[in-house]
Design a protein around this ligand. Structure first.
Ligand code: FAD
Length: 388
């Protein structure tokens, strides 16, 4: 049984504790021994199941209620819990939120009604298309263009590393509209997957399989009304969306780390070495202490960032960057220790700690690599120190 004492921290309301219990019970029942042999079909089935269970209602704002907001603590609780049970279930949930984040935060009422009604019910899958072959970390270097032509925009270029690429029904696509050089000349558009000129150029395979693709846009024509926000708002919208979802990546890492710790606690209690339980060995206790400390420190940073955002802070870039940097890097350490404590079983294909070892790696790269999070933290810390 996972440590649940963090739910008593002052960051949470009773509703969050109740949510954590209900999601955990659901995941225990629905996600045990999930077959991952066909990731596309499993993801589609997971989105339907998450929609049927009502969890996707928390992934985006309610289009029927103009005062509705995303509750970041709920997102984090869901991601932490799903990740603890099954990485693909966390991915399926996360993408419904990230993929529609631009619409939730900046969409017009008609855009919200058209898309969020479906994605929150698990009836449409969404994707967030920002990265390009030459602009991953360097977003402002984006090459893809959107050129105004009468009542339309015409998109040309490529996107890569797009999660849900190939199975999404709708893509939020960033492109250069050229109002100003660099970051100030980008805009974002809603592009349905069946729009002529949008093609899945390549499916990409990674260490922990997820639906992922490179997309090609060749004279892909969309109505000007598909733009979210105003021309030139794209970079600001992307950063605002990441400001919410970065803390949730950290929460997923926390879920993986917690599972690795749980598995290790079972292992060292049950396995005998040199005539006594492994847990009697002081060096093993040292590993357990390091792992428990990393898990709690990550949880404090994750839920501080989420709580702060839920209190109405316009931007939480520093706190979200700290949470993502710390939780993802330290989850890697926790999982590596879990592999070590499991001995040969730890590297055996199909063992839970072996899959966690593969699952955690990409989280230190996407939605801003660890090095980029350090830049964000340093810049903000230096700026805050001015005037002392
Ligand atoms: C599994 C997976 C899923 C993804 N899903 C999506 C998605 O759904 N949508 C989307 O738009 N993108 C997605 N991405 C893309 C992801 O956001 C980029 O891979 C990431 O931003 C890094 O960009 P890059 O791969 O071009 O690496 P580069 O930008 O070339 O960076 C390479 C390395 O350089 C270092 N670095 C970068 N900037 C700095 C700096 N300022 N200072 C010091 N060091 C630095 C970091 O170590 C970084 O890892 C995904 C990527 C992966 C691996």
């Amino acid at each position: 049984m996972s440590d649940r004492s963090f739910l008593q921290w002052p960051f949470f309301d009773e509703a969050h504790r109740d949510l954590a219990d209900r999601v955990d019970a659901w995941a225990r029942k629905e996600l045990a021994d999930l077959d991952h042999s066909n990731v596309d079909e499993t993801c589609k089935a997971l989105v339907k199941a998450l929609g049927d269970a009502g969890w996707l209602k928390l992934s985006a704002v309610d289009p029927e209620d103009e005062r509705s907001k995303i509750d970041v603590r709920s997102l984090c609780i869901l991601r932490e819990t799903l990740a603890r049970h099954d990485g693909l279930a966390d991915f399926a949930f996360a993408m419904q939120g990230l993929g529609t984040g631009c619409i939730s935060l900046f969409g017009r009422p008609d855009q919200k009604t058209e898309w969020l009604t479906k994605t929150r019910a698990g009836k449409a899958l969404s994707a967030f298309a920002l990265s390009e072959p030459a602009s991953g970390s360097d977003v402002a270097n984006m090459a893809m263009t959107a050129v105004r032509d009468g009542d339309d925009y015409v998109l040309n270029g490529e996107k890569t590393w797009i999660s849900n690429g190939g199975i999404a029904d709708v893509y939020c696509v960033f492109a250069r509209t050229g109002e100003a050089p660099g970051a100030k000349g980008l805009s974002v558009f809603i592009v349905p997957a069946d729009t002529p000129g949008l093609e899945i150029a390549e499916r990409l395979e990674v260490v922990a399989p997820h639906p992922l693709a490179r997309l090609a846009f060749n004279d892909c024509r969309i109505p000007a009304s598909a733009m979210i926000g105003n021309p030139g708002d794209g970079f600001r919208i992307a950063m605002s969306v990441l400001d919410v979802f970065r803390s949730t990546v950290a929460a997923a890492a926390l879920g993986f780390a917690r599972r690795a710790l749980d598995e290790s606690l079972d292992r060292v209690s049950e396995r005998e070495l040199f005539g006594a339980p492994m847990s009697d060995l002081q060096m093993v206790q040292g590993h357990i202490a390091d792992m428990a400390l990393d898990v709690d420190a990550s949880a404090l940073l994750v839920y501080r960032a989420a709580w702060l955002k839920d209190q109405g802070a316009p931007r939480v870039s520093r706190e979200a960057a700290m949470a993502k940097l710390y939780a993802t890097d330290h989850a890697q350490d926790v999982i590596d220790k879990a592999v070590q404590l499991h001995g040969g079983d730890g590297v055996r294909k199909g063992h839970i700690v072996e899959s966690l070892y593969r699952e955690i790696r990409a989280l230190r790269i996407y939605e801003g690599a660890s090095d980029v999070q350090k830049v964000v933290i340093a810049r903000q810390t230096l700026a805050n120190s001015k005037g002392v």
